[in-house]
Design a protein around this ligand. Structure first.
Ligand code: AMP
Ligand code: ZN
Length: 119
């Protein structure tokens, strides 16, 4: 399967992994939209939220459970934004389900962006 995130998960493409366990891999976004921008990606290839089946409950739970761990490692546990893009109209470019974790420092001049920030 020609999926860039599967290749990252299988360590065929180098990337800056910040956290991983049996279920997910979390790595730095190559084009960060915020000072902290991490992608939390399930090891299982599921295209998007629209493609989740009832057998994938663990997939989505593990993604969410990884967020505070990643935030802690990135020292942003006091405030961060989580987002899923779904489909091209929703801004999804990579068709392997992933959650964005974004955080801005308190003194960020663009801090207002976090109120609405589309990604
Ligand atoms: P989305 O628009 O929700 O599909 O997000 C895909 C994200 O993957 C974008 O923010 C890209 O910058 C990021 N991305 C694409 N290729 C890589 C890569 N090789 N390493 C890290 N992040 C990537
Ligand atoms: Zn994949």
């Amino acid at each position: 399967m020609d999926c860039i995130f599967c290749k990252i998960i299988n360590k065929e493409i180098p990337t800056e992994i910040v956290f991983e366990n049996d279920h997910i891999v979390a790595f730095k976004d190559i084009h960060p939209k915020a000072p902290t921008h991490i992608l939390i990606v399930p090891r299982k290839h599921v295209e998007s939220i629209n493609h989740l089946g009832s057998e994938d409950r663990d997939v989505i739970v593990e993604i969410i459970l990884a967020a505070p761990k990643v935030a802690e490692m990135m020292k942003t546990k006091d405030g961060y934004k989580l987002a899923f893009n779904v489909g091209r109209k929703g801004g999804q470019i990579v068709d392997h389900l992933h959650m964005h974790l974004l955080a801005w420092p308190e003194d960020d001049k663009e801090a207002k962006r976090k109120e609405v920030a589309p990604i």
